[in-house]
Design a binder for this molecule. Structure first.
Ligand SMILES: *Cc1c(COP(=O)(O)O)cnc(C)c1O
Length: 358
């Protein structure tokens, strides 16, 4: 049998989160698909969103947008948009090749370059920086920006900023500045207006925005410092099967050096075919996994295999759940579930929607 591990995903949870967020904030959702859709598989998630009629997404890098565009070509689908947080790059041929790619203008210089190169402005977004680092058009450049917009009658895909909030009142201040700025530049010159990511969504209501912009909440991942009981996790487990079960002394015989740290009472060791080469970190040593509703200790993670201390209940072919307590993983490994999920190798570990063959 095939004992490879796979990431199990729940498509209904994804759609539930979309409906829930729309209802909760009374805004449209701009799902963030960067970092392999937070480890969920960028292509699988993009297609599932498209099928649900959510057709505008955001990513961080050009390479992420290009991989989605190439994938959708295989379905002959072209009616979608991908907002990229990165600036317009000099390689304008990429924009011709992929009409769906919608880069961001992070400076006045970016805007002037776009105008000089005849890039259609209605596919571009303005990023405003309110002085909290990162990138974006600075407050002192706003007058020049306003003149450029007026003189050239510019219409943009969107305007946005990052709602950095060192404190609750700082956030309110940014919301006010952002709202005033959008009105000053002309609300109707922007198809979309967006400001909040996950924390901002929980902390604030913002009238002027059309969209909330989040990855965490799309996937039902809990944001540090908040807990939302109404969200459903799209990630439902890293699942595989017991590949072999051996007596410890047998293993000693074949000289598995890695097994030196086994609990002395353990008689049997199960091997599963996943290791740090698959992105299953050694930080998982001494955590537990789940086999037939019982928790067993993970003894050692090696590059290709992991060894589990088991008993006679456990047989070859039994289903093994890793990361079965996602909300407790941080205290056990030092890493958040998000970090661990992103680390799972896209090359070696398939993501699969539960109940679908793909
Ligand atoms: C990553 C990112 C987001 C998504 O943030 P979440 O915390 O996942 O909601 C939103 N906006 C920008 C600019 C980002 O880089």
């Amino acid at each position: 049998m095939n004992t490879s591990f796979f990431v199990s995903l729940d498509k209904k949870a994804l759609y539930h989160n979309i409906e829930y967020l729309r209802e909760y904030k009374q805004k449209e959702l701009l799902p963030v698909l960067k970092a392999n859709a937070y480890g969920h598989d960028i292509l699988l998630i993009a297609k599932a969103l498209y099928d649900y009629d959510v057709k505008v997404w955001a990513v961080a890098r050009y390479s992420e947008a290009v991989s989605i565009c190439e994938y959708f070509k295989t379905f002959s689908i072209d009616d979608f948009k991908i907002l990229i947080f990165e600036s317009l790059i000099d390689d304008y041929s990429l924009l011709e090749k992929y009409p769906q790619i919608c880069p961001t203008l992070n400076s006045i210089k970016d805007l002037k370059n776009a105008l000089a190169n005849n890039i259609s402005i209605d596919r571009l977004s303005l990023k405003i920086d309110f002085g909290f680092g990162r990138n974006g058009i600075k407050a002192e450049e706003v007058d020049e920006l306003k003149n450029l917009i007026k003189y050239n009658s510019l219409k943009f895909l969107s305007i946005f900023s990052h709602l950095f909030s060192a404190s609750y009142t700082d956030g309110l201040e940014i919301i006010k500045k952002f709202t005033d700025l959008v009105n000053m530049l002309g609300r109707n010159n922007f198809e979309m207006v967006h400001l909040q990511n996950a924390a901002g969504i929980y902390n604030y209501d913002v009238d002027i925005v059309t969209h909330i912009r989040t990855g965490m909440l799309t996937y039902g991942l809990q944001e540090a410092g908040f807990y939302d009981l109404d969200m459903k996790p799209v990630f439902t487990g890293l699942i595989g099967y017991v590949d072999s079960v051996r007596y410890v002394n047998e293993l000693d015989y074949v000289a598995y050096q890695e097994l030196s740290s086994i609990d002395p009472g353990t008689k049997k060791i199960a091997k599963i075919k996943i290791g740090y080469g698959d992105g299953f970190s050694k930080a998982n040593n001494k955590t537990t996994c789940l086999i037939k509703k019982k928790e067993y200790v993970i003894s050692q993670v090696t590059m290709d295999n992991t060894f589990i201390e088991v008993d006679d209940r456990v047989n070859v072919g039994d289903e093994v759940h890793l990361y079965h307590r996602p909300n407790e993983i941080k205290t056990k490994t030092g890493f958040s579930m998000l970090e661990l999920l992103i680390a799972i190798s896209p090359l070696r570990v398939k993501r699969i929607f539960k109940g679908e063959e793909n």
